[in-house]
Design a protein around this ligand. Structure first.
Ligand code: FDA
Length: 500
């Protein structure tokens, strides 16, 4: 139900009593729009009809977050939490349905403290992964942390949903390497791992943002990388055998030594192979010659650099060699390109004939790109129930589909994406057609709310695609930690209130 304006006023008055006024931006404040757009990535979620928050709270300590939750509960106003704002559906700062809600924006809570002797760090949710890579690598160039490829991703949302990236074949997801965390729960309590208990701690490591509380900080295990890594990007056109080479990559990519991650971007009539290897160029050339001669990789393709330098390269091309590492600290990215994304998993290689068909989709009007990220190695060896991320044993790769367009009207790219995704159904996993929660897609389902609680059945529709057999346990944890469904959006795990 939409709270009345009276409770909104009471909510704002409650905030005013407990949080310094300069940290609360009401719709009437002159800075409201600037703060709102500060981490909106996609203009399609910032239009005249977008349902915007009543206010934005920008806490500088845990007490402010606790106060916001208590004020929200008392007055029936829900909170959405935003860390880096990269949600593909914008759910951290907009509502799909009419709703009065506040946003807790964690951008001011972004400190990172590295404990070199323990090889651990505490990182606040409002930090970006670029800031995290920088803090770790500047401290010790032989330490790193597995996470995604775009430096402006927020730690809060990214770790909450998993964290797929170039080190996952060696070390797993970000969420596989979290050893403690601090969160504010639906009662407004501040809890660490011991305080929240193992079920709750399990759920926040990949079970999706927003459902289980506001995670303020994460203690992470740092991992070893060599003093230099080797990097290449090689493009193949159709004439140069792209179809055959991609067909072969599907079995080679997931079975390479786990020091080597090679993902593939398909765009236009070209496939680009992007690799990071935890070793030297000479050893990489030898490995590639042995494992994947079809690509014809030579030492001329290879660049050696620190791991930190590799994270500063353009993440879609691995180009821009020599980019200063300080680019990782840049938190801004313009508001001019809209995006829509979807995901799929592949467990059986797609045939060569089908790849011919797939390439022909990339000649059509409105076509975007797909990114194929290989699994196997460590990520595939973790049992499916160890964390909520279930796409492990037997997964060859995840497909990320992306279309882009300037401004807010993307009819042609969106039509292309939907038609292409329908076409791909025959080639990817089925029952369920698996999807990755961090590539959020509201087309696969949205919660129905009955008696002010999201229903388990409506959640199952999308939830079993993101979490498979782990969805039920997530819903049981939700019932323990937030039975009234305070922390919710259109795609949060509903509480499973009665065992069935
Ligand atoms: P945002 O702040 O929008 O939050 C996302 C969700 O988590 C929301 O539901 C939000 O309410 C919730 N949330 C945020 N902070 C929270 C907190 N502190 N506690 C609890 N819940 C919280 N993924 C990947 O695995 N590998 C990759 O390489 C990439 N690359 C990539 C590139 C680009 C350009 C985009 C736009 C996205 C990706 N992603 C990705 C997907 C990315 O991991 C996903 O969008 C994350 O949720 C983003 O986290 P943010 O904090 O930035 O988002």
């Amino acid at each position: 139900s939409v709270p009345s304006l009276a409770s909104s006023d009471d909510f704002l008055q409650c905030l005013a009593k407990k949080i310094p006024s300069e940290l609360v931006y009401k719709q009437s404040s002159s800075d409201f729009t600037d703060v709102l757009v500060s981490s909106i990535r996609f203009p399609n979620f910032f239009t005249n009809t977008t349902v915007r928050p009543l206010c934005i709270v920008t806490p500088t300590d845990a007490g402010h977050v606790q106060a916001a939750v208590l004020c929200g509960r008392r007055n029936g106003v829900r909170l959405r939490v935003r860390s880096g704002g990269h949600d593909y559906e914008g759910l951290s700062y907009r509502s799909v349905r009419p709703e009065v809600f506040g946003v807790v924006d964690l951008a001011k809570l972004r400190s990172i403290s590295v404990n070199e002797s323990e090889s651990t760090a505490w990182v606040n949710s409002g930090a970006t992964i670029g800031e995290l890579y920088y803090a770790i690598g500047k401290n010790n160039s032989e330490l790193a942390f597995p996470a995604g490829e775009c430096p402006t991703l927020g730690v809060g949302g990214h770790f909450s949903g998993g964290g797929v990236g170039m080190l996952m074949r060696k070390y797993g997801l970000s969420s596989d390497n979290v050893v403690d965390a601090k969160l504010v729960n639906a009662k407004g309590e501040l809890l660490d791992r011991a305080g929240m208990g193992e079920d709750h701690f399990w759920a926040i490591r990949g079970g999706g943002g927003q459902s289980f509380g506001i995670v303020l900080s994460w203690k992470i295990q740092l991992l070893h990388v060599p003093p230099t890594v080797a990097v290449f990007s090689i493009s193949k056109t159709l004439d140069q055998g792209a179809v055959d080479i991609v067909t072969r990559w599907q079995v080679v990519g997931p079975s390479l030594p786990d020091d080597l991650t090679m993902r593939v971007k398909v765009q236009g009539q070209e496939a680009m192979f992007l690799a990071v290897y935890l070793g030297t160029c000479s050893s990489l050339v030898a490995t590639m010659g042995r494992e994947f001669p079809e690509l014809n990789m030579t030492s001329a393709d290879c660049r050696s650099m620190t791991y930190l330098e590799s994270t500063a390269l353009s993440f879609t091309t691995l180009a821009n060699i020599g980019t200063p590492e300080e680019v990782l600290l840049n938190r801004t990215s313009g508001l001019d390109i809209s995006v829509e994304g979807k995901s799929d998993y592949v467990r059986r290689p797609i045939s060569r004939a089908a790849w011919n068909d797939i390439f022909s989709w990339f000649k059509k009007n409105g076509s975007g790109l797909i990114m194929l990220e290989p699994h196997g190695g460590f990520i595939g060896s973790v049992p499916n129930a160890t964390t909520p991320y279930p796409h492990r044993d037997g997964v060859l790769y995840v497909i990320q589909y992306l279309v882009f367009w300037p401004g807010a009207n993307g009819a042609a790219p969106q039509t292309w994406l939907h038609d292409f995704y329908d076409f791909m159904g025959q080639h990817v996993t089925a029952d369920p057609r698996e999807a990755y929660v961090n590539f959020r897609d509201l087309d696969i389902g949205q919660n129905a709310v009955v008696d002010d609680v999201s229903t388990f059945e409506s959640g199952q529709v999308w939830g079993e695609r993101y979490f498979m057999g782990n969805f039920r346990r997530l819903a049981e944890v939700k019932a323990q930690v937030d039975p009234t469904d305070y922390f919710r959006n259109e795609q949060t795990t509903p509480p499973l209130l009665h065992r069935r």
